[in-house]
Design a protein around this ligand. Sequence first.
Ligand code: FAD
Ligand code: DHB
Length: 395
Amino acid sequence: MKSVTRTQVGIIGAGPAGLLLSHLLCIAGIDSVVVVESRSRAEMESTIRAGVLEQGTMDLLDSAGVGARMHAEGAVHHGIALAFEGERRRIDLTGLTGRAITVYAQHEVIKDLVAAREAAGVLPVFEVTDTRIEDMDTEKPVVRYVRDGVDGALVCDYVVGCDGFHGPSRQTIPVQAREEFERVYPFGWFGILVEAPPSSEELMYARHDRGFALVSTRSPGIQRMYFQCGPSESVESGRTRKIWEELHTRLDSIDGWKIIKGKIFQKNIVGMRSFVCATMRYGRLLLAGDAAHIVPPTGAKGLNLAVNNLRLLAKAFAELYTTGSQERLLSYSHNALRRVWRPEHFSWWITTMLHNFDNATPFHQRLLVAQLDYLTTSEAGARVLSENYLGPLTH
Ligand code: FAD
Ligand code: DHB
């Protein structure tokens, strides 16, 4: 059996990038969009990942009509704290820039977007396997997949690969046409969700000789925390006592601050990588989000970067289907990449500043502390940090 569908835009991956793009295209009047996704809806709606949304991301979700729950349930933060050498120093994000961040979990954004797709009567095709792209250098690229044992084919005008770092889209581009830049960090993050009220009202990024720690929130009764761990650590190795020991060691020395403990009900490990594929279009295949670029999570940029891509893509497709002009699609890779390297640099910089590298000399450690000291005492320094953390003002 075979199922063949003709569609204008075929999207691979129903993460935040694929779902938001299909929603934006639908708003622009492009109804013929199909999203295929390898995971189940339940898994997508429960996988814990990002938390911080930039103002620009919130504005786009609002203008797309999917921001109501984010405003009702997300928490607006006007500052963050950097903790080092036993002190906690606040960066007044809003005072310095007039902008703020919202902490609202990525899987809640996913639920909002899936609900919007459902309301429009066009849910993604979940639980596909064997996804592959053919003929992307022709005028009718094809996405092939298998669902419930049936071969499926999407015959498209364009294919957008929103299938994350490990998805097949980027790999489909011939190696000789792909320019890639990569830095893999020699550590990861151990993340936990804890049933307890916030230990810190604002996000706290802490540097300690034992390694980095981050105290974030999810809701008045749930905290999100991370600490730097070895690159090959596993969730199983994180016994409850060891997790609290690590967090106490890194955080207890902070003046007048106390960690609030509670029941740990979820653990995960996050790898750390910087990556850019400097070819975001090949023929009629376009890449967006983590499929094209990865940042280490310290700067809280990944999802926000994906949103920057989608803004460009939605405009480009709207132009194509209203005027017939392919100009914006042809310049998409160039324009998207121009917006990628600043957050790539920021994410690398803040990661380097806050983590412990095994090979760092005492001299290097002192330099990093001097830099943190400068960023938290000079208004100019704090402004540089704030502007980068909050992301671009206009797009
Ligand atoms: P993904 O979310 O990876 O989605 C890709 C989708 O494609 C997946 O659903 C996958 O199942 C699907 N797929 C893969 N292969 C196939 C296939 N063969 N066929 C069909 N479908 C396929 N970003 C921020 O902006 N702020 C933060 O605070 C932040 N914190 C983070 C904290 C952590 C711990 C982590 C891990 C990440 C964080 N990020 C943050 C990054 C953010 O989560 C990602 O950048 C974001 O998920 C990228 O979205 P995406 O849609 O491009 O890719
Ligand atoms: C969260 C994740 C981040 O990567 C970050 O920099 C801040 C907060 C979070 O999951 O809450």
